[in-house]
Design a protein around this ligand. Sequence first.
Ligand code: G1P
Length: 268
Amino acid sequence: MRVRKVVFPVGGLGTRFFPITRAIPKEMLGIIDKPLIHYAFEEAMAAGIEEFILVTRHGKDSIEDYFDYMFSHSDYFNIKVGSICYVRQNEPKGLGHAVLCAKNLINNEPFAVMSADDFILHPESCIGEMIKRYNGSNMVATMSVNRNEVNKYGILDIEKEEDDLVYAKSVVEKPSVDEAPSTQAIVGRYVLSGEIFEVLQNLAPGVGGEIQLTDALLEMIPTCGLVGFKFKGQRFDCGSKKGLLDAILHVASNDDNLKQVIDRFYER
Ligand code: G1P
């Protein structure tokens, strides 16, 4: 099924990176010379996405400035004028609310959602692999996490597994270690039915008083289903300091020039 549009929720406060994120959006934090949002764009473009919708907020102007520059430098990105839109999320009411803010730009067609701070190195575009497998059921990227970390994620209750797909009979946002139905966790890549907006706009706040995308996925399971894609690549949680540093070191170690710096560091 064709998926033409992606939503990037970039309205988060980035509290784990205070004070730098008081003035710099966390999506603009760099992996060496490119910001996180740049990598997410590359992954979406490799998947054939044509329209890029950023759900932004006060203080995130540098993201727009960055893409203004990208438009005039096609050696970085070859995107058509008019293919990026910005919509504001005026209150930090959660991921589900951020996605809902893009409703009028989607028009009831399937679309992708990507969190730039989930940096994924995948042999193919992770979101592209998901779009290839998308058959109308809501789809999320998943990975197995340590049981003591389940309370940071949406966790699937698995009905069956087939190759790289897991079929969920339920899903729960940030469960306690005791209540988690599995350790199969959602990471920030989604391919969603346009019908999710109806559900999101009637959803009560969930965990943390926020409108949770996971709660909308749960409500749609009887009508639409929910499938997890167990991607093969490496994922870095660049919403955390350790994850960002890990990603930087990983990228640097794959670059002959930069790798020398890492080698020298260990020789000290
Ligand atoms: C969000 C989602 C959660 C998902 C996670 C992946 O949580 O609500 O279901 O597992 O992203 O990164 P957040 O990290 O924004 O609290």
